[in-house]
Each structure stands twice: as structure tokens, then as C-alpha cells.
Write a new protein. Structure first.
Ligand SMILES: *[C@@H]1O[C@H](CO)[C@@H](O)[C@H](O)[C@H]1NC(C)=O
Ligand SMILES: *[C@@H]1O[C@H](CO)[C@@H](O)[C@H](O)[C@H]1NC(C)=O
Ligand SMILES: *[C@@H]1O[C@H](CO)[C@@H](O)[C@H](O)[C@H]1NC(C)=O
Ligand SMILES: *[C@@H]1O[C@H](CO)[C@@H](O)[C@H](O)[C@H]1NC(C)=O
Ligand SMILES: *[C@@H]1O[C@H](CO)[C@@H](O)[C@H](O)[C@H]1NC(C)=O
Ligand SMILES: *[C@@H]1O[C@H](CO)[C@@H](O)[C@H](O)[C@H]1NC(C)=O
Ligand SMILES: *[C@@H]1O[C@H](CO)[C@@H](O)[C@H](O)[C@H]1NC(C)=O
Length: 400
């Protein structure tokens, strides 16, 4: 998440408590795909050090907080609350993975922002309770959205995930008025997009499977998306054509920042950094707090052959614009405007996401089991998974 006001967060806190459920990890159901009987006790801890792959999901849905998760519960399509599996290393607030009885579909909730996302996904990927080697990962969350690129309620599928706050930061008032922003890429002295950072941590840019992104967009485009009249009216205040449109499915890159930034100047700074880091291939479109962390954990797991990084899909729905419309202040917009499209964005996680999940299950044998060959570079800025990144100064990196 990256857009909510305090009132909504309070509601979410309540939901988070509700989501704390009793573990039931007695994996005795014979319907489980290639069940090897997970050696788990009633508290979900592995009873033996031997890896015991009880569950081999085809799709893992990744939510970040209770409300995003709730759209997958009590639905007609499948029941991910049939098996609750406590996973060591998950968030105290969301300690369980939730799976269908046959283990084909699982849903996890990471907790919000980068540390929670990286920790939970690492715990999942390294857990002996699951075989994730052929699983598709569907990041399915709400986000802020850049009005130059899309409208609230829209569903964006990313190719690039960029960690936009991985920079030096000054309060702009401490800089001369020749600076456009207080964010300055590491190892440089000028704001993006002037100069590529000379120091990188490895998590600044992730590029996912663009062939899969296209398939997911095609699947999600079958959805009839939700909208509401207040959000539709509010959108018309923006000067950009993309902002005024009814919700649609878009190719739309995502930014990650623990810092919940807001307003035109920081939005433009994030856009400039995205341009810089991806050599102009990525376009700043949605804002969230987790995706680079989730992808970072998946990438490490992929290096250990626990997951297939090429099966990651990043879907974000626009819950609120990242900046105010003309005539409204950034402060007013973030704290007092509540007609931005929050409701439709939550609905559309399910409406678009379910098409992706069903599409993967339906065409599992002919298409998804073996995997979709990407034609683009896939991986991080270091080329950790092989190949040469199509962005950045590979292989010449410094360390801070
Ligand atoms: C756990 O699942 C088993 C097998 O389905 C069932 O017999 C048992 O009652 C469940 N326990 C709880 C606490 O839900
Ligand atoms: C589960 O534990 C039992 C008893 O300790 C052991 O015989 C069995 O091989 C284990 N199963 C797996 C899949 O690790
Ligand atoms: C799994 O947990 C949810 C609450 O999070 C609960 O409603 C459901 O009954 C649990 N399922 C089982 C099989 O215990
Ligand atoms: C702003 O001006 C200062 C003082 O002349 C200079 O050191 C700095 O490099 C300038 N920064 C930018 C981004 O132009
Ligand atoms: C996002 O994660 C990827 C993969 O670890 C990394 O290469 C990239 O630098 C991260 N982006 C940011 C801005 O940290
Ligand atoms: C973004 O980059 C453009 C082009 O270099 C520049 O004009 C603009 O001031 C930058 N915006 C910010 C907030 O740094
Ligand atoms: C990239 O995604 C496409 C579409 O799902 C898939 O066919 C391909 O196998 C994926 N690439 C790899 C290397 O898995």
C-alpha cells in the first residue's frame, strides 16, 4: 500500500487482528498435488529438518495488508482458507499462508513496506513446507497512480520495479534554489535524470518477464472493472487524458519506497529516477511500498533454485493519484480527499487478478507449466540470474 490516510489504516489494523487465525497445518489431505505429507506440528513448525514439500502451488497471490487479502476470501472461485499454514518468519500480524485444499492456489500477506515484504517472501521461498519451483507469483496490491499515466481504479502490470528512494535525501530547504528536488542519486551531486548512480545496492531496478506481463494484461483485460461515480467525477479535475479515463488495464511500471511521498515535485523526482535507472525504458506509473523488496527476495530464492523469477507478475491497482489536481494542495489531497478511487481499486484487485489466476490454471498444461520464454532481459542490475541487464552501467558498479 502507498496512499492511505490514517482513518483507513485504523480500519485495517482491526482487520489485521481478525486475520490472526488458528493454525491448522495437519497436511493429511490426499487431494494435495504430489503430497509428501508435510512434517508439521499443530503450530506449523517443521517437525523434522528434512524438507517436506506438502504444497506445490501453481499460483501464489501476494497481498500486503488485510484489506488487499480480504478480496480473496469467501469468493466463489476457490477457497484459500481451506488450509492455513503457519510459516516461520512470516509477519506477526499475518503469520499464515492460506491455500486451497489441493494446494494449487495460495495467498500470503506480507505486511506493509519493504522490510515486511522482503522478510515474508524470503521466509516463504525458503520454507520447506512449499515447493515453489513452478509457481507463478502474482503481486496483487493497491497503489498510488501517476495521473499522467493512468486513472484511479486502473490495473497496472509492471515490467520494471524501481526503488526510487534509494538516494541521498536533503530537505529541499537546505539546498540552493537551483535544485529541483532534494533526492540525489548515490555517488552523484545532481538530481536524476542527469547522472547514473555510481553506487548501487542491487535492488534499485528489477525487470520481470515481459512476455508474461503481456499474457497477464491480456487475461486481466477480460475483466469488467469496477468504478464509482465520485471517483469518476473527481478524475475529471486532472488535466491529463490518462487520468480522466474509466478504469482500464495498463502496462505500468511500479516504484517502491518506504517513504510515502506525495505531490507533483516528488512524483516528478520519482519519474526522473525511474527514467534514469532504466535508461528510459521504464515509465513511472504506480507507487507502492513493497515490490522491489518482494522481487529482491524472489531473486535471491531464484539463485538458490527455490523459485523461477521469470514467473513473477506485478499487478497494482490505482487507489489514489500521487499528486493533487490543479487548484488543490498536496496536503489537502493526501489527507482530506477521499473520493480518489479506493473502493474500485480494491474491487479491481480481485476482478482483474481472478482472470490471471484462472487463465494460468486453465492453460497450465499447454502454456504455464513449462513456463513462458521472455524475450527481454530478466533480473536485477547485477545480472545475478545470468544475461546482461538492458539498463545501467553493467558490470561496473561501486559500493557505497
Ligand atoms: C485441522 O484439520 C484436520 C484435518 O482436516 C481436522 O480434522 C481438524 O479438526 C482441524 N483442526 C482445527 C483446529 O481446525
Ligand atoms: C516425516 O517424518 C517421518 C517421521 O519422522 C519420516 O519417516 C518421514 O520421512 C518424514 N517425511 C518427510 C517427507 O520428510
Ligand atoms: C483459516 O483461517 C481463517 C481465518 O483467517 C478461518 O476463517 C478459517 O476457518 C481457517 N480455516 C481452517 C481450515 O481452519
Ligand atoms: C547549484 O549551485 C551550487 C552553487 O553554485 C553548485 O555547487 C551546485 O552544483 C548546483 N547544483 C545544481 C544541481 O545545479
Ligand atoms: C529493486 O530490486 C532490484 C532487485 O534486487 C534491484 O536490482 C533494484 O536495484 C531495486 N530497486 C531499487 C530502487 O532499490
Ligand atoms: C525532472 O527532470 C526534468 C528533465 O531533466 C527536469 O526539467 C525536472 O526539473 C526534473 N524534476 C525534478 C522534480 O527533479
Ligand atoms: C516468461 O513468461 C512467459 C509467459 O508466461 C513464459 O512462457 C516464459 O517461459 C517465461 N520465461 C521463462 C524463462 O520462464
Amino acid at each position: 500500500m502507498h496512499f492511505l490516510g490514517a482513518a483507513v489504516s485504523a480500519v485495517l489494523a482491526v482487520r489485521g487482528v481478525v486475520a490472526l487465525a488458528v493454525a491448522n497445518t495437519t497436511a493429511t489431505n490426499s487431494a494435495i498435488a504430489d503430497d509428501t505429507t508435510a512434517n508439521t506440528s499443530s503450530d506449523g513448525l517443521v517437525a523434522s529438518s528434512t524438507a517436506s514439500y506438502g504444497i506445490k502451488p501453481k499460483v501464489v497471490i501476494i497481498s500486503h495488508f488485510g484489506l488487499e487479502a480480504s478480496v480473496w476470501y469467501g469468493i466463489k472461485d476457490f477457497d484459500v482458507l481451506a488450509r492455513n499454514i503457519t510459516v516461520p518468519g512470516f509477519s506477526p500480524r499475518y503469520p499464515q499462508a492460506h491455500c486451497t485444499l489441493n494446494g494449487e492456489i495460495c495467498q500470503v500477506t506480507t505486511g506493509e513496506a519493504e522490510i515486511n515484504a522482503a522478510s515474508t517472501i524470503s521466509a516463504l521461498a525458503l520454507s520447506p513446507l512449499f515447493d515453489l519451483t513452478t509457481s507463478y507469483f502474482l503481486v496483487a496490491g493497491i497503489a498510488g497512480i501517476n495521473p499522467q499515466r493512468g486513472s484511479t481504479g486502473s490495473v497496472g502490470f509492471a515490467r520494471f520495479a524501481v526503488q526510487v528512494a534509494q538516494q541521498y535525501e536533503f530537505d529541499i530547504r537546505d539546498l540552493g534554489d537551483n535544485f529541483t528536488t532534494g533526492y540525489i542519486p548515490y555517488g552523484t551531486q545532481v538530481p536524476a535524470p542527469a547522472q547514473y548512480p555510481t553506487n548501487v545496492y542491487g535492488t534499485e531496478v528489477f525487470e520481470v518477464n515481459a512476455s508474461l506481463q503481456k499474457l497477464a494484461i491480456a487475461l486481466a483485460s477480460k475483466a469488467k472493472l469496477s468504478d464509482d461515480p465520485a471517483a469518476a467525477a473527481y478524475r475529471q479535475k486532472y488535466q491529463f487524458a490518462a487520468a480522466k479515463k474509466a478504469p482500464s488495464v495498463l502496462a505500468c511500471d511500479v516504484s517502491t519506497s518506504d517513504n510515502y511521498f506525495h505531490g507533483k515535485i516528488l512524483g516528478d523526482a520519482a519519474a526522473n529516477f525511474t527514467t534514469l535507472m532504466t535508461d528510459g525504458k521504464g515509465v513511472y506509473c504506480t507507487t507502492a511500498q513493497e515490490d522491489n523488496a518482494t522481487l529482491g527476495a524472489l531473486l535471491r530464492a531464484a539463485k538458490a533454485k527455490k523459485v523461477d523469477f521469470k514467473r513473477a507478475i506485478v499487478m497494482r491497482t490505482g487507489a489514489a493519484f500521487d499528486r493533487p489536481p490543479p487548484g488543490e494542495s498536496a496536503f489537502q489531497h493526501l489527507f482530506y480527499t477521499d473520493v480518489d478511487g479506493f473502493g474500485p481499486s480494491v474491487d479491481n484487485i480481485y476482478l482483474a487478478g481472478i482472470q490471471v489466476v484462472k487463465g494460468i490454471l486453465r492453460d497450465w498444461a499447454p502454456t504455464y507449466k513449462a513456463g513462458v520464454q521472455p524475450t527481454n532481459y530478466v533480473g536485477d542490475i547485477f545480472g545475478s540470474l545470468g544475461g546482461v541487464p538492458d539498463f545501467g552501467p553493467y558490470p561496473n558498479f561501486g559500493e557505497a
